[in-house]
Design a binder for this molecule. Structure first.
Ligand code: SIN
Length: 546
């Protein structure tokens, strides 16, 4: 089969048979999407579309927590400088300042909605922990290591009480393009496939809206091994690219240094061992019992995540004591481990490990995407009426490497900001234009080859030959795209994953340096000339990187 460098320009699906009209349609139901819905609902009609159940995304799985300055000994300036330092030169300082300034308010807002964060030692205080790259204790957590689940529960309940219309098992295929009275290209709505429990298509319809907000999260599932749940397949970013909207920084994929290693062939979602475990004193050891982070960075085991993940990968490549695919986390010195980290204890126990007396085998895995659709912290993009928030957005807050626990905070801050802005004013009504293009799909079974190519060749350490190989494999997969593939959730996801993977590989090939979480073996340091962003667009189905 010949390689092809084009991806489908639309997802193939049956003709629409119904339509509804609303003020705002939100795609995705994590912290960002739910916060947007909640801020909008008192004023606007909102339809929230999610391809699975409300809590199937990454938010529910977040362990560490939410970063915010709440300790009088800390300062906003410290949080800003830690974020900029982690971001390795590519953060937008203004966006970072806005996030950091609004973070404490976001925490108090969640508490007003009923979030039960873990209390501190004195009455009225919230417990704060540390994670990699933070100079102070500023991570708010809940249920020990179930912080995301508490945020999800709080927002789910609030959204339902607020009367937001939630449509589960509905897959957003492509946006419907329109034109404003002044002739500007704009969004008129979104084409949606209603799914049955097996992911088959029941019907296709159009939700017409004055604004579309994408809050569909990242794309960890394009890798064979990830901390992300199965739903995280980059759907919103792929949809944005097909709509002609620019994405940026896609090459910066953050690998969490420590997921529970469960065998070299393990694939899919892996159990996370929160960085907060290192925040409470755990250290990384190799199979020969040597410290991994000693002498690598002044913050040692609490260095920024890109530094730790790449140090682990390099150490694994040296194969100490013959072990080349994992290292160990020594958490035996942490008091009350089971109480502080109940989910992690359960995951370790399920794998036959007692973290209070044994070393935990760990390895890096794809965790968070620092790039995404180019957007402001209010969600605005280059396409009128089209907004993107949360992990799907590239707002400049994370730069080349996100500071731990800034993302749930960003989801709540940016989601609330876009919701408030659209409560004030909706974009002008548009007339639908005739931009119909023929859809295609790739079959779901191509996902395995795609994910294994991405893990093998586009992981923590990237070689030029590996990136070439990945491009070749993806090109071959792309040549299988056809209008005849049966439309299902899995095929929609596979096609979106291919679109994203091709863009990631092109960006990674183009950026000839090592910076943040993009590490190339042929360029071992950042270079001044690359102190800039790469943007990606789809032009006639072909990825263009600038
Ligand atoms: C963790 O708990 O280590 C993950 C937190 C994050 O990714 O922000």
């Amino acid at each position: 089969m010949l390689a092809n460098n084009r991806v489908p320009r639309a997802l193939a699906a049956p003709e629409p048979t119904w339509s509804v009209e609303t003020d705002v349609v939100i795609l995705g139901s994590g912290a960002a999407g739910l916060s947007a819905a909640l801020a909008l609902r008192p004023v606007r009609e909102v339809v929230l579309v999610t391809k699975d159940t409300l809590d199937a995304g990454s938010t529910n799985w977040a362990q560490g927590g939410l970063a915010a300055v709440l300790d009088p000994n800390d300062s906003l300036e410290n949080h800003v400088s830690d974020t900029l330092e982690a971001g390795a030169g590519l953060c937008d300082e203004e966006a970072v300042r806005t996030l950091v300034t609004e973070a404490p308010t976001a925490i108090r807002y969640l508490m007003e909605l009923g979030a039960a964060f873990d209390p501190g030692e004195s009455s009225g205080e919230i417990a704060l922990t540390r994670e990699g790259g933070h100079s102070h204790r500023r991570i708010v957590h809940a249920g020990g290591d179930q912080s995301g689940a508490e945020v999800q529960r709080t927002l789910d309940e609030s959204v339902r009480l607020a009367g937001v219309q939630v449509v589960e098992r509905a897959f957003a295929l492509d946006v419907v393009i329109g034109e404003t009275a002044s002739g500007q290209r704009a969004v008129a709505g979104v084409k949606v496939a209603m799914l049955d429990r097996n992911g088959g298509v029941q019907s296709v319809g159009i939700v017409y809206a004055r604004a579309v907000i994408v809050a569909t999260g990242g794309y960890g599932q394009v890798y064979a091994s990830t901390s992300n749940p199965p739903a995280v397949t980059g759907d919103g970013i792929a949809l944005a690219l097909r709509a002609g909207v620019e994405a940026a920084d896609l090459e910066f994929i953050q690998f969490h240094p420590t997921v529970l290693w469960s065998g070299s062939e393990a694939t899919g979602q892996q159990a996370l061992i929160s960085e907060a475990v290192r925040g409470e004193g755990a250290i990384l050891l190799d199979a020969a019992g040597q410290r991994v982070m000693k002498g690598v960075h002044p913050q040692e085991d609490l260095a920024p995540r890109d530094v730790v993940a790449s140090a682990i990968s390099r150490r694994m490549a040296e194969s100490p004591a013959g072990v080349s695919d994992h290292v160990y986390l020594d958490a035996r010195r942490i008091e009350n481990f089971e109480e502080r980290f109940p989910s992690i204890t359960a995951s370790c126990n399920a794998a036959g490990i007692d973290p209070t007396s044994e070393l935990i085998p760990v390895a890096p895995a794809a965790h968070y995407v620092c790039g995404g659709v180019k957007a402001s912290l209010n969600g605005e993009t280059s396409l009128a009426g089209f907004f993107v928030v949360g992990e799907a957005a590239c707002t400049g807050v994370h730069g080349a490497n996100r500071l731990a626990s800034n993302s749930l905070t960003e989801g709540v801050v940016a989601g609330t900001r876009v919701g408030r802005a659209l409560s004030w004013e909706l974009p002008a009504k548009v007339t639908v234009s005739d931009e119909d293009v023929d859809g295609e799909l790739i079959d779901s079974y191509h996902r395995a080859a795609l994910r294994s190519a991405m893990s093998r060749y586009v992981g923590v350490l990237r070689t030029p030959e590996g990136l070439e190989s990945a491009a070749r494999i993806l090109g071959t997969l792309a040549s299988n795209a056809s209008a005849d593939v049966v439309p299902t959730r899995k095929a929609f996801e596979a096609t979106n994953m291919l679109t994203i993977a091709m863009a990631v590989v092109e960006a990674a090939r183009t950026r000839e340096e090592s910076r943040g979480c993009h590490r190339r073996t042929d360029f071992d340091a950042p270079s001044r000339q690359w102190l800039r962003h790469l943007t990606c667009r789809l032009v006639d189905g072909k990825v263009e990187v600038k």
